[in-house]
Write a protein that binds this ligand. Structure first.
Ligand SMILES: Cc1ncc(CN)c(N)n1
Length: 221
């Protein structure tokens, strides 16, 4: 059998759907999410993105070729210069200053997810690390597309419209497609036992994304 990224999702179908169609997501689309829940999510997501950037620094360290090194470098630069910059600006609009962000305590869901990704990358190889990062990069792109296709999603006057637009943007969508293509190429060479190892990583990371949404909804720390 020749594996593709779609096979990872199919192996974790229920978890993937619970992540992509979580209540936090549907309320974002409908514009009914409690502002305090979104604010809490934004704060924790800042911490998440800092560790996400570190994960790409780890990807650089794990690289074996110049192409892999460049891929990690480009991703790290995009997170720092685009996603984190946009995020800090977005936090500002929601009344959260950079000084607040610098002193935030880390919620347990943030700690669990980010350290899981870093640990998976530390003990495994570059593919393990990319699979642990896939729910993040590919998931948010799919979520934005799914929201844009739902009749309950409001674009006019929705306070979360900018957030959806950020992940539906050409830049983010291109990064998502490039990552899917990279994974398709790597997964195609694997045997069943290696693929099963990666399913475990992908499922764990997807479940940790679900917990991250829930942390936002519950405003848990
Ligand atoms: C928790 C989480 N997962 C994914 C993304 C998209 N990079 C994000 N900003 N935050």
């Amino acid at each position: 059998m020749t594996y593709r990224f779609a096979d990872l999702k199919a192996a974790c179908q229920a978890d993937w759907q619970a992540y992509c169609e979580h209540d936090f997501v549907t309320r974002l689309g409908a514009g009914t999410l409690a502002p305090d829940a979104f604010r809490h999510y934004l704060q924790q997501d800042y911490l998440f993105l800092v560790h996400f950037a570190r994960a790409y620094a780890l990807a650089a360290y794990k690289s074996r070729t110049l192409a892999e090194l460049r891929q990690a470098y480009d991703a790290l630069r995009t997170i720092l210069d685009v996603e984190l910059d946009l995020h800090v600006g977005y936090c500002h609009e929601w009344g959260i200053s950079e000084a607040d962000l610098a002193t935030l305590p880390e919620a347990r869901a943030t700690l669990a997810y980010t350290r899981y990704v870093l640990d998976t990358g530390s003990r495994g190889d570059l593919l393990d690390l990319h699979v642990a990062l896939a729910p993040c990069l590919i998931g948010y792109g799919e979520i934005a597309n799914w929201l844009n296709a739902q009749s309950f999603t409001h674009h006019e006057g929705n306070p979360y419209a900018d957030w959806i637009a950020m992940y539906a943007s050409d830049e983010f969508q291109q990064a998502m497609h490039a990552e899917t293509a990279w994974l398709d190429e790597r997964l195609a060479t694997l045997d069943a036992s290696r693929f099963d190892q990666l399913v475990t990583i992908f499922r764990d990371a997807t479940r940790l994304e679900i917990d991250f949404w829930q942390m936002g909804l519950d405003q848990s720390t």
